[in-house]
Design a protein around this ligand. Structure first.
Ligand code: NAD
Ligand code: LMR
Length: 340
């Protein structure tokens, strides 16, 4: 076991996803069984009691890997020396709130947090934004830390969408989720995202498209299922969960955030996964946008790299473009607020 604990900061540590995350992280599910962890929970004053209560429970678990837990409402204390920052706490949309208001409210959170990360985090910090609107919140945080932390260290979570796509395909093909590789989520973590199965494969080398055609009675039937059932179901799954559960996804979101950080830190295992990363212009996505791409990681702190050279047909290009247009509109709305 390496002796120096890795500092992991969770914002919104008194909230639902924070609660679902911290016990699994402390158990070693994210960084493996050999890496001791120091947890820092950042909250706003109203959330402090809930976070403090969770910290008491963490102590009661006596996790061998957990070197300590700090709870604070001071971003500089929360991010001091942090190596992995998981930005979960965000301002939810309330009744009557316009999109611009939501972006402005979140800019007021992710701007100062990005700045604090730039000022005091470990030089090798990596950041994943979970709080919505995740892609644009990551853009704001990255811009606010600029000069101190390279923007490519900031990512946003689309692994939940990726996992949802895999789950839907596993059910449709009656195979194990672990048998499906190389699904890709493109674009924004929103209903405009494009869940793309055109590169996805099964262990025997059969493509998912071939398997769907075989199961559903031909290529046309497979295409119709993808367009009419699969894509809208994955893209709107967040809303479906809210409708059925009465509140937004929690355990699946925490699980995806753990998958995202684990694969980024330790390396992707089979094929590619999906993460929203800062575009360097790949696939024509404007530079600087935080967009979901096919990615891999070699671990060893290399971070996610976009898998280039995948073929996108005209229909796929149009779907990616629609989601990228939404990201551009969000960026422009934030710019018009004077944030970027
Ligand atoms: P929650 O309301 O249960 O918890 C959010 C917590 O954040 C609260 O305790 C709140 O006090 C805290 N908080 C608010 N502002 C803060 C700040 N400035 N600093 C620190 N903490 C702050 O919500 P939740 O269910 O945990 O969801 C959190 C976010 O994750 C929401 O924005 C939700 O939409 C988003 N989400 C994203 C995905 C994804 O895939 N990207 C999936 C599910 C949910
Ligand atoms: C999800 O995908 O489950 C969430 O982003 C939904 C939400 O609006 O919180």
């Amino acid at each position: 076991m390496s002796s120096e604990p890795t500092t992991v900061t969770i914002t919104g540590g008194g909230g639902q996803i924070g609660y679902a995350l911290m016990f699994r992280i402390a158990a070693g599910d994210m960084l493996g069984p050999d890496r001791p962890i120091r947890l820092r929970l950042l909250e706003i004053p109203q959330g402090m009691r809930a976070a403090e209560g969770a910290a008491l429970e963490l102590q009661d678990c006596a996790f061998p890997l957990l070197a300590g837990v700090d709870v604070t409402d001071d971003p500089l204390a929360a991010f001091n020396g942090t190596r992995i920052a998981m930005l979960v706490g965000a301002r939810p949309r309330s009744a009557g709130m316009e999109r611009g208001d939501l972006l402005a409210a979140n800019a007021g959170i992710f701007g100062p947090q990005g700045k604090a990360i730039g000022a005091v985090a470990d030089d090798a910090v990596r950041v994943v934004v979970v709080g919505n609107p995740a892609n644009t919140n990551a853009l704001i945080a990255a811009a606010s830390a600029s000069g101190d932390i390279p923007s490519e260290r900031f990512t946003a979570l689309t692994r939940l969408d990726h996992n949802r796509a895999v789950g839907q395909l596993a059910e449709a093909l009656d195979v194990a989720a672990g048998d499906i590789a190389d699904v890709v989520i493109w674009g924004n973590h929103s209903a405009t995202q494009f869940p793309d199965v055109s590169h996805a494969i099964l262990p025997d080398g059969m493509t998912v498209l071939e398997a769907l055609a075989e199961r559903l009675g031909g290529e046309a039937a497979a295409t119709a299922w993808l367009d009419d059932v699969f894509i809208p179901r994955v893209a709107k799954r967040g809303a479906e969960i809210i409708d059925v559960r009465g509140s937004s996804s929690v355990a699946s979101a925490a699980n995806a955030a753990i998958d995202h950080v684990r694969d980024e830190q330790l390396g992707t295992r089979r094929g590619m996964t999906s993460a929203a990363v800062v575009s360097r212009g790949e696939y024509g996505v404007p530079e600087g946008l935080v967009c979901s791409f096919p990615v891999t990681s070699r671990g060893h702190d290399d971070g996610y790299r976009v898998v280039e050279g995948l073929h996108l047909d005209d229909r796929a290009r149009a779907r990616v473009a629609a989601s990228v247009d939404e990201l551009v509109a969000e960026r422009d709305a934030v710019r018009s607020l004077g944030v970027l």
